[in-house]
Design a protein around this ligand. Structure first.
Ligand code: ADP
Ligand code: MG
Length: 253
């Protein structure tokens, strides 16, 4: 899926958070967006998903060349846009399996067969080294941070989105879980090569496991530098100060 963000300005409660934000992601590309806390990374993911708390002042968001600004969140989700939350919420009153099966059936003419569904879900749970009992527990209820993140990736494996935004995927994951989660994501991307990815992070660690095609550095609500994986290495070494990054062996913008 192609995503193009054009000259986007976004306010939250009359405060300007994103400004002059531009990004083009072609089908199958992985773009890492890095930046310090409070730069607007989560704002960006919320805006792509259509969260009404954010006001779009100017600009456009196009998916496969069509503006999605007028679409509700559920319509964007049905198109195949998936936000893997920085902090996934828990919801009582609906079990994990009911949640995923309902979402799956919303996008199908014929409901998925129960046997096929359970088999697929069990396979996904095994791939992610999760406990089988989580199928019947309420959505994320009592789950640790890491289990919640795994549960998001399980949803990806089941729902098969075409544009995935990972907001701080590594937060809440220990190193072993991070490896398992990233292996599952890489397998998914190999099986679904047109899937586009935004990988939001402020640590370079995760980029050791999921290799980005492009790395963008965000500051004060806009992208100030773009490059390839080498930019991430420079950020790791020098921090987010652009002047340090430009440094002696200057970097192509
Ligand atoms: P990041 O994810 O890069 O750490 P955020 O997008 O979460 O940054 O936040 C960017 C700025 O917008 C912060 O100053 C934050 O306080 C503010 N902000 C984000 N969402 C809201 C909200 N719903 N209400 C008020 N301020 C918000
Ligand atoms: Mg954030």
């Amino acid at each position: 899926m192609e995503l193009e963000i054009k000259n986007l300005y976004v306010n939250v409660k009359n405060k300007e958070i994103l400004k002059n934000f531009n990004l083009l992601i072609k089908p199958g590309e992985v773009h890492a967006i890095m930046g310090p806390n409070g730069t607007g990374k989560s704002t960006l993911s919320n805006v792509i998903m259509g969260n009404n708390n954010y006001t779009i002042v100017k600009g456009d968001i196009l998916v496969d060349k069509k503006s999605i600004l007028k679409l509700e969140t559920y319509e964007r989700a049905r198109m195949g846009i998936f936000l893997c939350y920085q902090n996934p919420l828990s919801i009582d009153g609906i079990t994990n399996s009911e949640f995923i099966r309902t979402a799956l059936n919303e996008n199908r003419d014929k409901p998925v067969g129960l046997y096929e569904f359970i088999k697929n879900m069990e396979n996904g749970i095994d791939d992610l080294s999760m406990n089988h009992d989580m199928m019947h527990r309420n959505l994320n209820s009592g789950f640790s941070g890491g289990e919640r993140k795994k549960n998001e990736v399980l949803q990806i494996k089941m729902l098969k989105p075409k544009l995935i935004i990972f907001d701080e995927l590594d937060s809440g994951l220990d190193v072993d879980s991070l490896k398992i989660v990233c292996r599952n994501i890489n397998d998914y991307l190999k099986d679904n090569p047109d899937t586009s990815v935004i990988l939001i992070t402020h640590y370079t660690r995760i980029l050791n496991y999921i290799k980005p095609d492009y790395v963008h550095m965000m500051k004060d609500g806009t992208i100030i530098l773009s490059g390839d994986y080498k930019l991430a290495l420079k950020i790791e070494k020098n921090g987010y100060d652009k002047t340090d990054l430009l440094g002696s062996d200057s970097y192509d913008e």
